[in-house]
Design a protein around this ligand. Structure first.
Ligand SMILES: Nc1nc2c(ncn2[C@@H]2O[C@H](COP(=O)(O)OP(=O)(O)OP(=O)(O)O)[C@@H](O)[C@H]2O)c(=O)[nH]1
Ligand SMILES: [Mg+2]
Length: 359
């Protein structure tokens, strides 16, 4: 029996159901395998006839091993930026990203243009993770994407380098700080499972005793700190989605796509309502503030006019001086005030100034 359009829509996977592509922001420590992960993901999606839209945001990489639709290096020359502004490597990357962020509206337009035939847009980020996660441009890029597209943070963790429990803990703390900063759906990709399986990491997240016994041989301050932190991170671990992956063999690809599907649902059900609620609160606060300033403006105006004991006409002729002295600095407040002010409208009438409406 043929499916109705609505049934077919509901039956579709969340990634496919969206009219807009799902944006995956790939973050992770230097060398964790972000670029290789993007390369593997892109190749697999191509072979499934679902080519993604890929954006390289790393201005300092030597080469991009995947077909990038947008490459930051085509817009900003990282070496030139360093030279021109006398910057070191990190300053050069931050400045290049800042310059690129000023053109991000164009990236959005290009991604939007592909909405009809692209399910996934992938953003590869610079090796120095803090350049993206703690910079203004990183925040602008992330928040702009999240406001317009279903957006998921993919945190790539290196299973080979994280076998030391203290290193594992610092990696998890970083992931945790990004999650709470961005508040977006989050997937930890435990990469390089062709070399070291990620079972140990899953066990440490599930079972505090297992993590503690791994730390047993270590009595350093760091180890003690990691022990306490592991208990604290329990809440974070509970809802965390972690997927094993190999950017070399592609193992874990299907599980990763399922995790993205679940993350898109989380975006729709958790992130969007919260985002809308905050936007509404912000709009209310801004309207209240405007109202407060308007009232303050009116009170000041009345008080000054009363003290001066001037006539209506003189009050109007003195308005520029009063406006300049007044604290209200927003044009919209001024417009609102002028529209509401009966004295001003009467004075206009008095002066026979005619405002002719346009047809
Ligand atoms: N065996 C194995 N090696 C990997 C895997 N993923 C990445 N690598 C290797 O890890 C190294 C770093 O990989 P990249 O993809 O450049 O890592 P990155 O996170 O993009 O690095 P930066 O952008 O410099 O931070 C390279 O030598 C890759 O070949 C993997 O799944 N398995
Ligand atoms: Mg890279």
């Amino acid at each position: 029996m043929a499916m109705s359009v609505d049934e077919a829509k509901l039956d579709a996977k969340p990634i496919e159901r969206h009219k807009k592509p799902v944006c995956l922001i790939v973050l992770g420590m230097a060398g964790s395998g972000k670029t290789s992960f993007v390369q593997q993901l892109t190749a697999r999606l191509h072979s499934k006839n679902k080519p993604p839209y890929v954006i390289n945001l790393d201005p300092a990489c030597k080469e991009v091993p995947y077909p990038a639709n947008i490459d930051i290096r085509d817009t900003v020359n990282y070496k030139e930026v360093m030279k021109q502004y006398s910057l070191g490597p990190n300053g050069g990357i931050v400045t290049s990203l800042n310059l690129f962020a000023t053109k991000f509206d164009q990236v959005i337009q290009l991604v939007e243009k592909r909405s009809a035939n692209t399910d996934i847009a992938i953003f590869d980020t610079p090796g120095q993770i803090e350049v993206f996660t703690w910079s203004a441009s990183g925040t602008i890029i992330t928040e702009t994407l999240a406001a317009l597209f279903p957006t998921v943070v993919v945190y790539v963790m290196d299973t080979v380098r994280s076998v030391n429990p203290v290193t594992f803990m610092s990696n998890m703390l970083y992931a945790c700080s990004i999650l709470y900063k961005l508040k977006l759906p989050f997937i930890v990709v435990m990469n390089k499972i062709d070399v070291v399986k990620h079972d140990y990491a899953l066990e440490w997240m599930r079972d505090f005793d297992a993590f503690e016994s791994a730390l047993n041989s270590d009595s350093s301050y760091n180890a003690n700190l990691s022990r306490s932190l592991s208990l604290t991170l329990d809440e974070f671990y509970k809802d965390l989605t972690a997927v094993g992956f190999s950017a070399v063999t592609g193992e874990g690809f299907d599980e990763f796509l399922s995790a993205v599907d679940a993350a898109v649902i989380e975006y729709e059900t958790d992130y969007c309502p919260e985002h809308d609620r905050l936007k509404k609160l912000q709009a209310e606060a801004s309207a209240n503030e405007k109202h407060r300033q308007l009232n303050e403006f009116e009170a000041d105006y009345e008080e000054e006019s009363r003290q001066a004991g001037v006539s209506t006409r003189t009050r109007v002729s003195h308005q520029n001086e009063i406006l300049l002295r007044n604290r209200a600095n927003s044009v919209s407040i001024l417009v609102q005030w002028l529209c509401r002010n009966k004295v001003f409208l009467e004075a206009l009438d008095d002066l026979k100034i005619q405002i002719t409406p346009t047809e």
